[in-house]
Design a protein around this ligand. Structure first.
Ligand SMILES: Cc1cc2nc3c(=O)[nH]c(=O)nc-3n(C[C@H](O)[C@H](O)[C@H](O)COP(=O)(O)OP(=O)(O)OC[C@H]3O[C@@H](n4cnc5c(N)ncnc54)[C@H](O)[C@@H]3O)c2cc1C
Length: 404
């Protein structure tokens, strides 16, 4: 008898792989379940996620709203999250001793503020249930063989009755899936910052404005509103990251070059702003007295200078053409993007196996019976905020249940 014959083999000890193995073993304790991981440690990304705190999920309890946080995945995600919502994630961890807390923007973290708590819980469960986990095992190839799968890892051959690929984004598994006849969407990055060397932004690194409205002048156009941050190399913050996710493919096709229109006062219309400024008949200098508390003083100075206001000009001296130019600068500042930055907090791969290639009620391949796919290897990705782990937990859980 081959010692390397398993009922279920999971390739990849990430969030999706662990969740799947745990669910399968929980439902069918008699099954022999093995997770193989090429790295020296399991759950590496969980460890570094959320700045070491692990943003486990998002406090979003409305299915329709949840779906708006996934630029890719489409309507098939409804069936997945219909089965496993953020509340299921919260309950799953709570029942196993990990309490989560919600921050003001909806992100959920362990109360310990440490990703190690999540890792200890997952690995503790694996140990308790008897899931086998082996690290430093890199699967190089997979091959269906009768009703089984043969996995090649160095000189070792592992035989699996059921196989789950949970190898994450941008992994070799996409080429295996392709060779098995699947359609696969090419990997591109999502969740990135924008490079931009507009002189107005120089020297303003670290300043943030909340909210701004952003419009990306591509075909099609993309919009987003929210917190905005000026960085050493350009712009970042939740509004930028959201835009980068929804426009990921368009920006990739445009070589990350496009015009970005920034509205520093999205809560007032241009006509309201015009009226407000016309009413400011004061001897105070425009450059040093901003009536808009959301715009930091240094940025205000740069904006009014760009708007053509002289250093010694007072509010009462502004003529209608000055005000008009100022309104346009504050509401429609155009900057040119010239490349993408690397956001180290959370980035994700867009692309992978489209959901129509699997049965979303089981995560089993529609082409190869017994083969399952979960996590970031799917063509599903979310914006920042815990949505990417939510996809990993949900698809892992569903696959685990089906394999058992
Ligand atoms: C810096 C950073 C921070 C992040 N923070 C957050 C956050 O706070 N919240 C959030 O929701 N999302 C976050 N994300 C995204 C999130 O980490 C991923 O979406 C999630 O980890 C995907 O889980 P997964 O199990 O599908 O893949 P992964 O976590 O990537 O796990 C896949 C595993 O498979 C292994 N593997 C690959 N190929 C093979 C092979 N051939 N043989 C054996 N093993 C293999 C890999 O080594 C890896 O361990 C972050 C991402 C990054 C990079």
């Amino acid at each position: 008898m081959n010692k390397d014959r398993w009922d279920i083999v999971v390739v990849g000890a990430g969030a999706a792989g662990l969740f799947a193995a745990l669910r399968a073993k929980e439902l069918s304790p008699h099954l022999q379940v093995l997770i193989v991981e090429k790295g020296p440690k399991p759950l590496r990304k969980v460890s570094i996620s959320g700045g070491g705190r692990c943003n486990v999920t998002h406090a979003c309890h409305d299915l329709d709203r949840l779906l708006t946080s996934y630029p890719r995945g489409g309507h098939r995600l409804e069936a997945i999250f219909g089965r496993f919502m953020p509340q299921n994630t919260i309950d799953w961890f709570q029942e196993r001793g990990v309490k989560l807390k919600t921050e003001s923007d909806g992100r959920m973290f362990p109360v310990t503020d440490s990703s190690q708590t999540v890792i200890d819980c997952l690995l503790g469960q694996a140990h308790k249930l008897g899931v086998s986990l082996e690290t430093k095992v890199r699967v190089e190839n997979i091959e269906p063989c009768g009703s089984n799968f043969h996995l090649q890892a160095g000189s070792r051959k592992i035989i699996a009755s059921k196989l789950l690929l949970a190898t994450g984004g941008a992994s070799k598994a996409t080429s295996w899936l392709k060779s098995l006849g699947h359609e696969v969407v090419a990997d591109i990055p999502s969740l990135f910052t924008f490079c931009c060397n507009d002189p107005l932004l120089q020297g303003l690194q670290g300043l943030s404005v909340d909210p701004v409205g952003l419009t990306l002048k591509t075909e099609p156009e993309y919009e987003s509103t929210g917190p905005f941050l000026i960085t050493h190399w350009g712009v970042s913050g939740p509004a930028v990251l959201r835009l980068s996710a929804f426009a990921a493919r368009t920006l990739f096709e445009n070589n990350y070059r496009a015009s970005l229109i920034i509205d520093f006062l999205p809560d007032i219309s241009e006509s309201e702003l015009r009226l407000q400024m016309e009413g400011l008949v004061s001897p105070k200098l425009v450059q040093t007295t901003s009536p808009f508390p959301t715009i930091p003083k240094r940025l205000w100075r740069e904006l009014v200078t760009r708007g053509g206001v002289k250093k010694n000009q007072s509010w009462q001296s502004l003529k209608p053409p000055h005000i008009e130019k100022l309104v346009i600068t504050l509401k429609q500042l155009q900057v040119e993007l010239d490349g993408k930055g690397v956001f180290k907090e959370e980035f994700v791969t867009a692309g992978g196996l489209p959901l129509h290639e699997v049965d979303v009620y089981t995560m089993e391949s529609r082409r190869v019976p017994g083969l399952y796919v979960a996590g970031e290897l799917l063509n599903v990705d979310g914006i920042t905020g815990g949505f990417n782990f939510q996809n990993a937990w949900a698809t892992g859980y569903i696959a685990g249940e089906a394999m058992a």
